[in-house]
Design a protein around this ligand. Structure first.
Ligand code: MN
Length: 400
């Protein structure tokens, strides 16, 4: 599996400790986390995964994903313990006594979510998402642990029977990936979708994967040349300009090629050049430089810095032509925006940890997280209303 070959399927406690100690905030309560690990290890005893691997490696791997997102001590403990109440004799009372009410609430939330029956019928999709979001509205960390759980199950799905792989993949596409998207957690959204697509349409997936591999060298050269042109004009004027190229996820290319009937060379944003700088004003300075070097395509400029997307995403987007009239997209953002673009709402916990508990900024973060939650819920309500209006309209005018 080319694209994901660098992702470890199972991680152990040593690796979790490594991730936690590498965290910039590094405010983890290691004693509590180690206690949760030992407790989970004992609870799962000699249970094994379908693949034959000791069960405990699954919750530890989920905890690694949660830790990589920058989540806090209780989230990491919740991830380590997420299957104990459902799959072992452990009770919520025990967990509460040993790890506190917060951790117990997280585990209870994850267990409850796994009991929601997911229908893969399309008309049920919005309803399912809404149910899950309402379940999460109490504590978004529950959803983040659940997403990490789904992601790790997808990483280890190969030994499952085909029907189960397809069922889970469909659920991911219709319920979990959209939730990751709403929360702005792009890393999880992209991997969930690509892994699911691989089971839903293995041939289509491989075609795109091969195509990307074949054109990789040309793309790298192209990006290198763009990068040098921008650097030449910003050097000594705008400090700390970081430029990289990025290829879209296989699923997003798939959606454009198969569903919109475009061929690979018709999608000019298969890849984008990303420019990261230190300050917001430097973003606009870089934009000026970019539009000076390359001809911008009209109506393709978007300022998501002054108008962030509902999932908090911020960047400047512009599509320009190189000297051979090849169109490509440039995204310009600060490091902070970059972190939010990759980790979405999880980024807020990271900042929160870094700033220490109880501070003024901490309250502001809480407020932000609450605002995002309210926004997501409002949006869902609005979608439902649109949906109902649409149905009503069709019934009235088309009699169906
Ligand atoms: Mn699990």
């Amino acid at each position: 599996m080319g694209k994901f070959s660098n992702v470890a399927h199972y991680q152990d406690f040593t690796e979790l400790k490594k991730i936690l100690s590498a965290s910039a905030a590094n405010t983890y309560d290691m004693d509590k986390i180690e206690k949760a690990y030992k407790f989970a290890e004992k609870a799962h005893g000699d249970q094994r995964r379908v693949s034959g691997i000791p069960y405990i490696l699954h919750p530890v791997s989920v905890a690694c994903i949660v830790a990589e997102l920058g989540m806090d001590t209780d989230s990491v403990c919740g991830a380590l313990l997420h299957d104990t109440v459902e799959d072992t004799g452990v009770t919520l009372e025990e967990v509460t006594k040993l790890f506190g009410a917060d951790v117990a609430k997280l585990i209870d939330g994850v267990t409850k979510i796994s009991k929601i029956p997911y229908s893969t019928r399309e008309q049920q999709q919005a309803e399912n998402i809404r149910k899950m979001l309402i379940a999460m509205a109490d504590d978004i960390r529950v959803i983040i642990i659940k997403l990490a759980d789904r992601l790790h199950n997808m990483r280890t799905m190969d030994c499952m029977p085909e029907q189960k792989r397809r069922d889970k993949s469909l659920e991911n596409m219709q319920v979990f990936a959209p939730i990751a998207h709403r929360l702005g957690i792009k890393t999880i959204k992209d991997e969930l979708e690509d892994r699911s697509l691989q089971y839903l349409d293995p041939i289509g997936y491989k075609e795109i994967e091969d195509d990307l591999l074949m054109t990789e060298e040309d793309r790298d050269k192209f990006i290198e040349s763009i990068k040098n042109q921008i650097l030449a004009k910003t050097e000594g004027i705008i400090p700390g300009v970081y430029i990289s190229g990025r290829v879209k996820s296989i699923n997003s290319i798939y959606r454009k090629t198969y569903m919109q009937g475009k061929t690979m060379d018709q999608i000019f944003d298969i890849f984008a050049v990303r420019v990261i700088v230190d300050t917001v004003s430097d973003c606009y300075n870089v934009l000026g430089v970019v539009h000076d070097i390359f001809k911008p395509i009209p109506n393709r400029f978007k300022d998501y810095i002054s108008m962030p997307k509902p999932n908090m995403y911020q960047s400047l987007h512009t599509t320009v032509l190189d000297k051979n009239a090849i169109p490509f997209e440039i995204q310009i953002r600060t490091w902070e925006m970059h972190y939010t673009a990759e980790y979405g709402i999880a980024a807020h916990w990271k900042y929160k940890l870094g700033m220490g508990a109880g501070g003024k900024n901490n309250d502001k973060m809480e407020e932000n997280i609450k605002k995002v939650k309210d926004m997501i819920l409002d949006q869902l309500e609005a979608e439902d209303v649109t949906d109902i209006a649409k149905k009503e309209y069709q019934k009235r005018f088309y009699g169906k």
